[in-house]
Unconditional design. Structure first.
Length: 214
């Protein structure tokens, strides 16, 4: 009969298994990875992971929740350490933290956004972590609105800026960008285009949920 494990031992094993799963899921896709392979990667028997997780889907949910939390923490640090009296500088800090996290942790980033998990709603911790991460993409926009720099739907504005970051990064990870069109260069140009789009919507009087304050 397996001995009882302390909370610290349980957390340590879960972290080790999630570390191995993050790499393998990102490299091969969730469908191509088995629990037997994950167990072998950390040197335990094929049945050991079942002491900690119901099945592979539960492991994937835990790995993705951890990735979303790490992502959110990185952006929250950027928000908290940037000047509170300069919302534009704070927005730039959020964008830089987003890009840096993705480039420094590509496996985690791919698991966050490039993995389909139909059962995601069955895992409360994954739902919570995903919402925490998403909230970091609109928090700084509300500061811009309070400063009178933009007006409209903060969520929509946040998603526009998010799209400007996410698209080039995914092209980068897929190897589709030639060296002269790096992700950072594209992000800078697209971000400027998003700003012009906001301004054009205001000039034309279109009710698209956002505009730059005059």
């Amino acid at each position: 009969m397996p001995r009882s494990l302390s909370p610290a031992e349980i957390d340590d094993f879960r972290d080790r298994l999630c570390d191995a799963a993050e790499r393998r899921f990102a490299e091969h896709g969730a469908e191509a990875v088995t629990i037997r392979e994950l167990a072998a990667a950390i040197g335990v028997s094929p049945m050991t992971p079942y002491r900690y997780f119901k099945d592979k889907d539960a492991i994937l949910a835990a790995v993705r929740a951890r990735a979303f939390d790490r992502h959110a923490a990185a952006l929250e640090r950027a928000y908290d350490t940037s000047p509170a009296d300069d919302p534009l500088l704070r927005t730039n800090a959020i964008g830089e933290a987003y890009v840096r996290f993705a480039l420094d942790h590509p496996e985690a980033y791919k698991l966050m956004f490039d993995i389909q998990q139909p059962s995601a709603g069955d895992y409360p911790d994954l739902v919570r972590a995903g919402e925490r991460s998403r909230a970091t993409m609109t928090r700084h926009v509300r500061d811009l609105m309070e400063a009178g720099l933009v007006k409209g739907d903060a969520g929509l504005i946040g998603h526009l800026y998010w799209s400007a970051l996410h698209g080039p990064l995914m092209l980068h990870f897929s190897g589709m960008l030639p060296p002269q069109y790096g992700a950072r260069r594209l992000i800078a140009l697209i971000s400027k285009a998003v700003q012009r789009l906001i301004e054009d919507l205001e000039d034309e009087g279109e009710d698209e949920g956002l505009s730059v304050a005059s």
